[in-house]
Design a protein around this ligand. Structure first.
Ligand SMILES: C[S@@+](CC[C@H](N)C(=O)[O-])C[C@H]1O[C@@H](n2cnc3c(N)ncnc32)[C@H](O)[C@@H]1O
Ligand SMILES: [Zn+2]
Length: 961
């Protein structure tokens, strides 16, 4: 960041903070990735499911660097962050030490911890001595007091927990009651109540024994010494042709994992036309003669095939049967726990079905059960699918036995409540009941009709695998008082993670304060706080409120009387939620595009209101650091406008690698996705829009380009393992700073210019830097726009698939409307809302077919002598080489004079450098650029162009950690 070049008077008068200087981003990025070891994750992760939890090192850095003075030594900062071995780093800086350890990870002896010689930072808190020094430093900077830190949208609480761990007066706010309970546990109880191990052991045992006794008739043994643990269930509908039951099973496999016995269910048609099941353990080849366990009765599209008459029932009819309740619950395998503690599988028996019917009868005859959770599930953006299958009330999310089991558990907890209150202080009783409730709520996650069966592990899946609620055709019905996923095992997990959290809190820590309000309306006085560190929601990325209702309705049953204020509404608050949820505008908007627009507008206004509120509660000179992972230009535009409008001045941005990419095709890449830390300050002198002279866009434009280019070059040289996309996004920060300093900005006609204009400039400028840095090909910008766009997409995204917005913006930068060229050029297609680039096989007609037999929808005809796009020439050449061989290809190239065509050569050379080496087109590009075709084309390429992706070449420079 070019700090010296962009200073304004306000900023100079603010005492600078560490986050406004150089940060050890690479070392912290390495720690973020090291944290993601699925064998032992930070304890918050086991307390209860919540969305978008951030890594500890990034959160810790955001907090510490936001409150420490700029002159803080980097090694001190890292030591305070518990990064680096306590015994010292042998003359190196800690950053160098960590980077070196990362570079030598593959050649290490022993495990990672032994290799690094210090534990992962989330497991260490600062020592008393470190804390004292840290606090002294802070007091000097913050006028004798420790800075008060708030996270206004705290979710699962990673940020405020870190703040608390450093002994800072910490406030956490969160609108949604589900994470609010988590926050109470993590912040209030962990710091005020402390260990509860023996209390939870005692009450857990009592509750479990009672609930188990009350429900044993629903989980009959069937075999001596075995207790059923999971029933693998599905729905039977009636075949419209022969009347036989059709179970809706996607696959008959029950467990395929290599390290255990393989298990499959096998359907059998009995003489009376009914279906029964066998259970095959380690089936033989002969078992598969006429049976393929991978082929169930339902297709992906939802059609169902009758096992008896083979007729296929259309998915709409299947759906209708389910919606109308014309189905029976069926069990096709049972997992059981043996007396010796081992698990096995068996076929379902008559008694299993009788127990299921018994649960159904009990529900009909018990008033409380028959009306439990009968509230309507509202239409939602990500929660509507189950409704279309007849799941319209919350109770419908459960099979009869699931409902009875969850209800009995809740009844027993309710029964012990008075005793718990009588034995402990109110606060301790609240803590015990909250932890018990979280355990019961965790049980819902793997015991509902939306929790399907993992056929690989042979185990129930959680109900949220993505960010939506989806209907499942087969599901698991568990004995929640016995076996792998029972009440005691969940309580044990919750308890362990709570105890671990307690152990991380320093002795003299202040108590964390939790509020459950709209962040746009906080209960703090003007100028009361010093620092905000927040990870806000992003547009429609996750619909927190509607997704969490499934937990909320049950938590309300458990805790409605414990926290009446928190659970006073029937469902979670969607009206004040800062998300862009189109379904909220269903009845006001005319069509789906206006629904989306209204939702976006609502979100933008809400974020503005939140930032204004944060501005109000911050003291002058106070700081706000926003953690931001969103890549869409609009999100940046909104963020900047809300920050500027609320009065903040943007003082720094930093990219920090935080997780391995989730996007398809990127998982093996050496680069990681990053989180941006964007910092703003509350200036001494408020900006008065009336007195501000607008800047001219023509002046600001070139400054934004310069700032973006400088930032990009710095980032490329920094050695951070950023993806190229993240280099672009990271350059947005300095660009926005220029924009914010010049704000308001107007064009020649005096119209106000939005930040997205500056971001567009930045994107173009940085793309140019990337081309200069990574492409050894002349004349790319002289190629036709479509070919240029295609090459740049591969260069920047290093992947076939990437976000539509990014591809669209890249196109706009060079004058291509990608929607306009989609059909005519077939260079890309939409794949789940993303862009997927097409290779030559999708674009070139098969020359071995007669012209009249070829599909006219395929745009490139290899018989043509001239082509409209340079890309068409190279793709056609690839096809000829592939199907006709080298010699015919030489003739084909000569006939078209490609030996003297610079556009052909630049395109081929560029593709060689940008295509991933496992792409078929790369092999063909390499073949064309070698051997006889090379001679024909008269090519002279340097070895870099063919370089191995993993070697230290220009193309791999960004991915070298
Ligand atoms: C990205 S998540 C925070 C995740 C958190 N940093 C963590 O690591 O667990 C954003 C949170 O903002 C909350 N939220 C949404 N609208 C809000 C509002 N108006 N006021 C307060 N919180 C809100 C959501 O419920 C969600 O939990
Ligand atoms: Zn049939």
């Amino acid at each position: 960041m070019s700090e010296e070049t962009i200073q304004n008077v306000d900023e100079m008068s603010l005492k600078p903070l560490a986050i406004e200087g150089k940060l050890p981003l690479k070392a912290v990025g390495i720690e973020n990735l090291r944290e993601a070891n699925p064998k032992h994750l930070p304890p918050h992760r086991y307390i209860h499911p919540w969305f978008a939890r951030r890594p500890t090192p990034a959160s810790r850095l955001a907090i510490l660097a936001s409150v420490l003075p700029k002159e803080t030594n980097t090694d001190d900062l890292l030591r305070w962050m518990q990064i680096g071995p306590k015994e010292g780093v042998e003359g190196k800086s800690i950053s160098e030490y960590v980077e070196n350890k990362k570079a030598n990870e593959d050649s290490r002896n022993g495990n990672l911890e032994e290799h690094y010689r210090y534990p992962r930072p989330f497991t260490s808190s600062p020592t008393g001595v470190e804390l004292e020094k840290f606090h002294d430093t802070l007091r000097k900077y913050w006028d004798g007091e420790l800075p008060k830190v708030i996270d206004p949208t705290a979710g699962g609480g990673v940020i405020p927990f870190e703040s608390l761990r450093y002994g800072l007066p910490t406030k956490a706010n969160e609108l949604n009651p589900v994470p609010s309970v988590i926050l109470k546990v993590v912040l209030e109880y962990a710091s005020e109540v402390g260990t509860l191990q023996s209390e939870l052991d005692y009450w857990g045992e009592k509750i479990n024994n009672q609930a188990k006794e009350n429900t044993k008739e629903f989980f009959p043994s069937c075999e001596a010494g075995q207790i059923p643990d999971c029933y693998v269930c599905t729905y039977d509908i009636t075949c419209s042709s022969c009347g036989t039951d059709i179970p809706l099973v996607p696959k008959w496999w029950i467990r395929t994992r290599k390290s255990a016995d393989k298990v499959t269910a096998k359907p059998v048609i009995e003489d009376d036309g009914s279906i029964s099941y066998e259970c095959l353990i380690n089936p033989n080849e002969s078992d598969f003669d006429e049976f393929d366990p991978g082929e169930g009765t339902v297709s992906r599209g939802g059609n169902a095939q009758c096992l008896n008459c083979d007729i296929v029932m259309e998915s709409d009819n299947v759906k209708e049967a389910l919606r109308e309740g014309n189905f029976k619950y069926d069990i096709y395998a049972v997992r059981y726990l043996s007396n010796d503690g081992s698990y096995g599988f068996r076929a379902p028996k008559k008694t299993d079905f009788e127990a299921l019917r018994h649960a159904d009868r009990i529900i009909q005859s018990d008033f409380k059960l028959s009306t439990l959770l009968n509230g309507e599930i509202p239409e939602g953006e990500k929660t509507s699918e189950p409704r279309t299958y007849g799941i319209t009330q919350w109770r419908d999310m459960y099979s009869p036995r699931q409902l009875v089991a969850h209800y009995e558990l809740r009844k027993v907890v309710q029964q012990y409540k008075p005793e718990i209150y009588s034995k402990y202080s109110n606060k301790t009783a609240e803590a015990i009941l909250s932890l018990i409730t979280l355990s019961c709520s965790k049980l819902l996650d793997r015991n509902s009709r939306l929790s399907d069966w993992d056929t690989s592990k042979g185990y129930p899946n959680p109900l949220f695998k993505g960010k939506n609620l989806g209907f499942k055709r087969s599901f698991t019905d568990n004995n929640i008082f016995v076996g792998g996923i029972d009440f005691l095992s969940q309580l044990d997990k919750v308890c362990k993670s709570y105890e671990e959290l307690c152990s991380y809190i320093p002795e003299k820590a202040e108590q964390g304060k939790v509020t459950s309000l709209d962040a746009a309306n906080l209960p703090y006085n003007d100028c009361e706080l010093q620092a905000v560190v927040t990870d806000p929601p992003y547009y429609s990325s996750i619909m927190y409120a509607e997704l969490s209702d499934i937990f909320y309705v049950w938590m309300r049953e458990y805790l409605g009387d414990v926290f009446p204020d928190l659970f006073n509404s029937e469902l979670t608050n969607k009206d004040n939620e800062a998300v862009a949820n189109p379904s909220r505008f269903e009845n006001v908007a005319g069509d789906s595009s206006s629904k989306r627009k209204m939702a976006n507008k609502y979100y933008e206004q809400k974020m503005s209101d939140i930032f204004s509120e944060l501005y109000r509660v911050l003291e002058t000179g106070g700081v706000m650091t926003v953690m931001f992972t969103h890549k869409e230009t609009d999100a940046w535009d909104t963020l900047t406008m809300s920050l500027i409008n609320s009065g903040f001045i943007i003082t720094s941005t930093h990219p920090i690698t935080s997780e391995m990419p989730q996007r398809a095709g990127m998982r093996t890449s050496a680069s990681a996705d990053s989180t941006l830390l964007l910092t703003g300050r509350k200036p001494h002198k408020e900006r008065n829009p009336e007195n501000t002279t607008p800047s001219l866009w023509s002046d600001v434009k070139s400054d934004t380009r310069t700032a973006a280019k400088e930032a990009a070059r710095d980032l490329i040289d920094s050695g951070l393992s950023l993806t190229k996309t993240d280099v672009i996004i990271s350059a947005f920060g300095p660009t926005l700073r220029v924009f914010a300093d010049a704000y308001p900005v107007v064009d020649d006609e005096d119209n106000e210019v939005a930040p997205r204009r500056a971001l567009k400039e930045a994107r173009e400028a940085v793309t140019q830097v990337l081309v200069d840095e990574y492409l050894e090909a002349e004349g790319i910008d002289e190629l036709d726009d479509v070919t240029e766009w295609y090459i740049l997409c591969w260069l920047v995204h290093e992947s076939e698939t990437f976000s539509y917005d990014e591809g669209h913006q890249l196109g706009l930068g060079i004058g291509v409307d990608i929607d306009e060229i989609k059909r005519s050029t077939k260079t890309w297609r939409k794949s789940r809302g993303d862009i997927s680039l097409r290779g030559h096989t999708d674009r070139v007609q098969n020359i071995n077919e007669k012209p009249e037999d070829r599909s006219s929808r395929i745009p490139v005809n290899p018989d043509d002598l001239s082509f409209s796009l340079a890309l068409d020439k190279v793709h056609a050449a690839m096809h000829i080489y592939d199907v006709r061989g080298e010699s015919a290809c030489c003739d084909w190239l000569r006939e078209r004079n490609f030996d003297t065509d610079p556009t052909f050569k630049s395109t081929l050379k560029a593709l060689l450098q940008v295509l991933p080496h496992d792409h078929d087109d790369w092999d063909l590009a390499r073949d064309l650029a070698a051997g006889r075709t090379r001679d024909v084309l008269n090519l002279e390429f340097s070895p870099n162009v063919f370089a191995d992706e993993n070697s230290e070449t220009k193309q791999s420079k960004l991915g070298d950690h």
